[in-house]
Write a protein that binds this ligand. Structure first.
Ligand code: CMP
Length: 143
């Protein structure tokens, strides 16, 4: 079992895609063990995206993800990290395959609807930024 951090970014929330995205995650057989909607704190956003701090788009990325509510989730399951990134599609939506979230709903890298961790290390780091230990939930997923 593996777990990953998933964010429905402000554009996904504002476009009414929360149910669509959660439906895709659940139908794939992945389990959502924590979920919250909130406006992400600026310091948390900077920590989350720290690997991009030297990039020219860093400022606009931080102001964008902190501009309006996002949905944060911990998603669990077999190969959850790779599976979630496959469900999301390529970071640049123009390269994302139809059938993926970005391939179906996005056109711009700066408005690419969703985020998912890219490695085990990133997943644990990002989960710890966005969730406290007591915010995860135990239940049996029946398929
Ligand atoms: P995400 O999967 O959240 O990881 C890093 C984010 O940085 C990425 O999605 C995009 O939202 C953003 N990003 C990456 N490259 C660019 C770019 N060239 N221009 C604007 N935003 C970018």
């Amino acid at each position: 079992m593996e777990r990953t951090y998933v964010m429905i970014k402000p554009d996904g929330v504002q476009r009414g895609l929360i149910g669509e995205i959660i439906g895709r995650i659940e139908r794939r057989g992945l389990k959502i063990s924590a979920m919250r909607m909130n406006v992400i704190d600026e310091n948390d956003a900077k920590e989350h995206y720290s690997e991009h701090c030297e990039k020219p788009f860093f400022g606009s990325l931080i102001s964008y993800v902190t501009s309006a509510p996002s949905v944060s989730m911990i998603v669990e399951g077999k190969d959850a990290i790779k599976s979630m990134r496959t469900i999301n599609g390529a970071t640049n939506p123009s390269e994302a395959m139809p059938g993926t979230i970005r391939g179906d709903f996005a056109l711009e890298t700066g408005r690419n609807v969703v985020h998912a961790s890219d490695s085990v290390e990133s997943a644990e780091r990002e989960i710890n930024i966005h969730f406290k230990d007591d915010e995860t939930n135990e239940y049996t997923r029946i398929d």
